[in-house]
Write a protein that binds this ligand. Sequence first.
Ligand SMILES: [Zn+2]
Length: 681
Amino acid sequence: MTKQLENNPLLNIKQFPNYDSIAPEHALPAIEYLCNQAKTDINQLLADEPTNWETYEKLEVVADRLGKAWSPISHLHSVMNNEQWRKAYQDCQPIISQYSAEMSQHSGLYRFYCGLRDSQAFADYTDTQKKLITDAIRDFELSGVSLSDEKKAEYQRLVQSASELYTTFSNNVLDATQSFHLHITDEKELAGIPDSALALYRQLAQQNEVEGFWLTLDFPSYVPALTYADNRALREKLYYAYNTRASELSDDGAFDNTDIIKAILSVRADLAELLGFSQYVDLSLANKMAESSQQVIHFLTDLVKKSKAQGEKEYAELLAYGKEKLGITDIEPWDIAYISEKLKQAEYAISQEQLRDYFPVPKVIDGLFDIAEQLFNVTFTENPQLSKWHKDVQSFTVKNADGEEIAYFYMDLYARKAKNGGAWMNGAIDKIDSRLMEQKPVAYLTCNFIPPTDNNPAYLSHDEVVTLFHEFGHGLHHMLTTVTHSPLSGINGVEWDAVELPSQFMENFCFEKDVLQKMSAHKNTNEPLPDDLFNKLTAAKNYHSALMMLRQLEFSLFDIKIHSKYHTDNPQDVMTTWKAVRKDVAVTPSPDYARFPMSFSHIFAGGYAAGYFSYKWAEVLSADAFSRFEEEGVYNKAVGKAFKKEILQRGASRTAMENFIAFRGRKPDITALLRHNGIAI
Ligand SMILES: [Zn+2]
């Protein structure tokens, strides 16, 4: 190691990165060195084809050293996104991608894990060790590592071709979205649309060097127009353009995705077959909690059955309101969002800005810690010693009941220049406790709330309180883990249709009256949240929940059916499948020309292929888990202890289904979700 590398703070991270000394120029040399070193180390460790756990522990140290250097780089790139960090990150990224690709295809590593599985010692390994080994083998096999050379080449060709098709699909959606605009000069035509959207239209007009207003099909432009424009013809025009994007009906078919979807489905079916699955759904489910396509279809159709009557009722209510109050007698699809918003304002009006006056950040954080402390028997104390990347960041220590430090986290709550938007939790350090090393988990909790002013604390809207609880739930999952090996500790290795369980679970507390009252204090009167606001909040939460549920189920069922053997064996066009699903599920009309699948990027260009159901799946898990608290007491310590022991601490050391059953005493049930959504069963 050269002198320069020796002083590189990314190379010797122990329990915490030293943010006082990490600078962008450290990134590339550290990543280059660590990736090369890791490759050499791995090959050396595997040279004699060892089959013992000691070798696994050595490999874990190698992987962790790289992970610990990369984590602060990608974190600083997200939260201190200046030119230097952007460049440092961009320089490292291809090296990291190349390294990850090589590792997932590493036949020596694959043979090593197979060797462990087939060794005599395997029978005596703990369940966690066994699962770590079999999960690793599964992931290698899903990357095609066990195929013959000829099939491996075919696999590479299919993966490459899929990735090109996904890019074409997205580009078509993007080009089709951008090819349309409406230039309007008479403001009267835009009556009803809020000022914030009008300001955007004006700004877009300026950018295009014209007077007046410029409307596009991008979300921030399209949604307010469809929701608020009193001008019905305008809504219809936009609706048609939006719903025919990337189909044969727009742009003379220049961006038509019909054939791209066919090609994507065919490549995916081939990939599944090559890896030994009879349909693409099965390949997608191989590393998810859901066990089979039948199980998923049953799950979704059951929810449809239970939600449909209420969906019809909600739609009838909307029709009646449109007719009686707004004089729209022949309701069309482009009227639905408009009427829905008017009805919501009339009956359930609640403004997030009004709620903001009630939730000062310090009180909300106290309330959040208080719940977690009571339920999970841990304490949170501020730890000002840790070095930080910005003065607004706070750091905390988590201790167990014996006063032992078990984890740490950083909270970076406020929006600022050069910080990426949104809210997320990331692991900074993974828990590892082996013969070779010991480290405690460290988490980053990042939000983008409005910062405090000189004299006043920051205040949160209720939506933001929910966000904070959500991310803290992910944080607890990462920090309370007792699993001692990083591939399965915290949220690592958890099936992705189950990873939202702890986060969505924590959201439930934000709809409990006493919890809200405890952490609210009006900025002028110090009063806690009054009952009438609490009641409105609950009613607004469930407004048109059945209609929304049915829409999500429509997407999910279409996604599963289009990726199933049924579809490949009975080649029919995508629109036929789409219409068949809608016939079973939807209660709102859709015109014949609507071509929704042509822009469904989540499943045709993103990671949700045959996985869109995960949204609902995770909601069922979290609602059902929380319902045990509702049954036995929201602050019931025994239930809290069980949730911590069976779910939060376990990580991926068991399957998510085993964790759930251990906590709930049975498989997940949809009843609680329906009840939480106000859907009568
Ligand atoms: Zn989440």
